[in-house]
Design a protein around this ligand. Sequence first.
Ligand SMILES: [Fe+2]
Length: 287
Amino acid sequence: MTPFVKAFFDEATFTVSYVVRDPNGTACAIIDSVLDFDNASGRTDTRSADKIIAYVRDEGLTVDWILESHVHADHLSAAPYIQEKTGGKIGIGDRITVVQDTFGKVFNEGTEFQRDGSQFDALFKEGDSFMVGQMRGDVLHTPGHTPACLTYVIGDAAFVGDTLFMPDFGTARCDFPGGSSETLYQSIQKILALPDETRVFVGHDYKAPGRDEYAWETTVGEQKALNIHVGQGKKIEDFVQMRDARDATLSMPRLILPSLQVNMRAGQMPPPDDQGDVFLKIPVNKL
Ligand SMILES: [Fe+2]
């Protein structure tokens, strides 16, 4: 089964969102949508999400699923906004509970913040499957970047989120709370065990030295041969040393504080105060 895949690139956060369509019908899934957010003013904007919604409407598609590969730290999810406009169920990995526990503490959330993943419509674990029209999607648990990261394999297409990036860029960072370079290496081996011709769609692209165009589609075969961090059978010790050294030089993503507070709630803002106003927190010296 070869689903039709339409990509939407958000240059503000280097995020790729996808609409995956059943080639023999009108069903689709939306993966890793973006709610635009201006950190300086605290304003949200739905420009990016509206492009996806317009595409879905123009093509006459039915949205079965609105999927998150993980709790993103670099952009806010537009899942609830899109769900309101198109329907569809919001799914994420069942280890979201670990992420909610970690960041529930970081943001000192009260007991009204449920840490059981109940904000989502579906929680997936390794080996689960789901349907997009007549297409089957299979779930791989691929932690390392975060504890809840999933790879969705739909037909011949693997949506790997933040695990592997394009071969010339390498892999995702592993230094967020709950991250582990050793775990990421093992997760990547699961992806590389898929058939060589499997199409790989990455969650972000930042270009790469010598490449001026954004890119997001590659294959398992190309990753095995060419990925600068894990290709050519790179050993786990070498990967871990490289990844940890590189992560130590990276600064926090610009939108990490708003992103985590919203995305751990399945893309919902924190509850409003008694005036109806919504606030996000800035924990000082915690991250
Ligand atoms: Fe991420």
